[in-house]
Design a protein around this ligand. Structure first.
Ligand code: MF3
Ligand code: CO
Length: 258
């Protein structure tokens, strides 16, 4: 008999539906950045996301979640996660923009995030290091999502990469399993904790999402109760994939197969 805790971690039978939701989220994550121009407001970006999400046949998995008011999360520069599209906030050339997109499709959730530089601007070497390091931390985390490994193996791989790039690791927000619900156990911290966590089994779907800063690890939350930003004002990046644990290599569900 499977325990209740095990059963909430997406059973294999629903994997095709999770795949479709993940692909829808990945499609929006790929298309939206191409539509973003300097001078747009983050509300306009949220509206574009709403249009793309509607075209996918799904709906935002974030809107209304614990009262979240946006369609997607749009976090600029020192904002780490959960930034809300605003008509008063314009993005400019060189801004570092994190886009976190969650779609509910046929009762299942797709969740992924990317970070881009607005306009054609060549990023500073520090911003390039931030983007390279956060992308690579995600990649190393994904590669550790192997059956028989523990959750901590993913965390340790992310942490090791973040440290190699000398980036601050946000501790307050973590990855998670994903299925019928946006957040299912277990949590996946971006640093190794004492507890090695549950063993990874084929059929588990995990959202791995390093949030790394050019400066220190500490974050503060704005008066809007949502926007999380770095305490020291340093720039932050966020990349997220959903991966399926298999008997072989992990399968990234938020990559679009052409
Ligand atoms: N994408 C975030 C995550 O993976 C969730 C955003 S929180 C919300 O946990 F409130 F905006 F939905
Ligand atoms: Co997530």
């Amino acid at each position: 008999m499977r325990s209740e805790k095990e059963r909430v971690i997406n059973p294999e039978s629903s994997i095709d539906e999770i795949r479709l939701a993940a692909r829808a989220a990945a499609d929006v994550r790929d298309k939206l950045p191409q539509m973003i121009r300097p001078g747009m407001t983050t509300k306009q970006i949220d509206d574009l996301a709403a249009m793309l999400i509607a075209a996918s046949g799904g709906k935002s998995a974030f809107f209304g979640y614990k009262g979240y008011p946006g369609q997607i999360c749009i976090s600029v520069n020192d904002e780490v996660v959960h930034g809300i599209g605003s008509p008063a906030r314009r993005v400019e050339h060189g801004d570092v923009l994190s886009l976190d997109i969650g779609i509910e499709l046929n009762g299942f959730i797709g969740d992924n995030a990317t970070t881009m530089v607005v306009g054609g601007t060549v990023p500073s070497s520090d911003v390039q290091r931030l983007l390279d390091g956060t992308r690579e931390a995600l990649e190393k985390g994904v590669r550790s999502a192997l059956a028989g490994n523990r959750v901590r193996d993913i965390s340790a791989a992310v942490e090791k990469t973040a440290k190699r790039y000398k980036l601050g690791i946000v501790r307050e927000y973590v990855g998670h399993a994903c299925g019928r619900n946006l957040h299912e156990p277990p949590e996946i911290p971006n640093y190794a904790v004492r507890d090695r966590g549950p063993e990874l089994r084929p059929g588990m779907v995990l959202a791995i999402e390093p949030m790394l800063n050019l400066g220190g690890k500490d974050v503060v939350t704005d008066k809007d109760k949502w926007t999380v930003r770095t305490r020291d004002g340093s720039i932050s990046a966020h990349f997220e994939h959903m991966v399926l644990v298999t008997n072989n290599k992990p399968e990234i569900l938020t990559w679009l197969k052409t």
